[in-house]
Design a protein around this ligand. Sequence first.
Ligand code: CP
Length: 331
Amino acid sequence: MHPHFKPGPLPLSMQLTPEGKLKHFLSTEGLPHLLLHDIMDRAEQFVTLPAKQQKKAPFLRGKTVMNLFFENSTRTRVTFEIAAQRLGADVTNLDIRTSSATKGETLLDTVRNLEAMNADMFVVRHEHAGTAQFIARYCAPHISVLNAGDGRHAHPTQAMLDMFTIRQKKGDFAPLKVAIVGDILHSRVARSQIHALTSLGTGEVRVIAPKTLVPAGLDKMGVNIFNNLDEGLKDLDVVIALRQQRERMDSALLPSEQEFFKLYGLTDKRLEATKPDAIVMHPGPINRGVEIDSRVADGSRSVIMEQVTNGIAVRMAVMSMIMGSMAGGAA
Ligand code: CP
């Protein structure tokens, strides 16, 4: 990253046009609930169309989408690629491991070169928080940037596909009790989900985690914090399990995966505390036997694979809305 860049608060004006339409999609923080519902409404249109008919909605025809994944991904990268293709875009996946980034080229120089190849949209995943924001600030004005996950900071399209899945299964957010369980400290997904859930007026948002995995200041985000799993699971409508982010974790934070599973692992027995029709979600990748038992991950309450499928429609929705805003037309 640029040595002088310090990711700071993200002003809404950085993501939205003066008319309040999406220009970039960097974070769910501060986004109005009407815009979040617009994204879900648009995704609903795509999800009900068979893939062949989706290709007849070429919102991105003639546009070039570049996937820049500086960190590994399965779900996000592939669903962004499928979404862009269904919208008629030309899609390029830059293989960072064989790119000139490995020869010392700076991020901005890489961006400048991709701009010169007529990029219209960058989809960016990076281990450093603020990278997508940085690119959005310095790239050419006609280019839009979508954050596909930056460090511990944000993963806005993941949060939106999760909101979409909750809305599909449960309808209105107001009566719902939703909990996010596990490694909140290192999770960009949790932060983006909390911003979206609170903006959408969710009845109660809980986090359930050991004290060592609760970030400072979380209590100011409008959530109730539980350190005991059984207490936190009581009467829930939606349980969202998170992966232990071992790649970002100081090993001193947790004694062992076995102990974590004993205290915080989701099992059928422990889920008896939730409402009988509660759903279980997970953004993936899942660690079986660490944060979730296989019987739960593959069981009747699990909507994990539906989340993955919904990722295509939600990413189509966000990309098509951005392209509408950039063209000055209806988003
Ligand atoms: N949920 C998610 O971001 O998964 P990937 O890392 O596989 O993209």
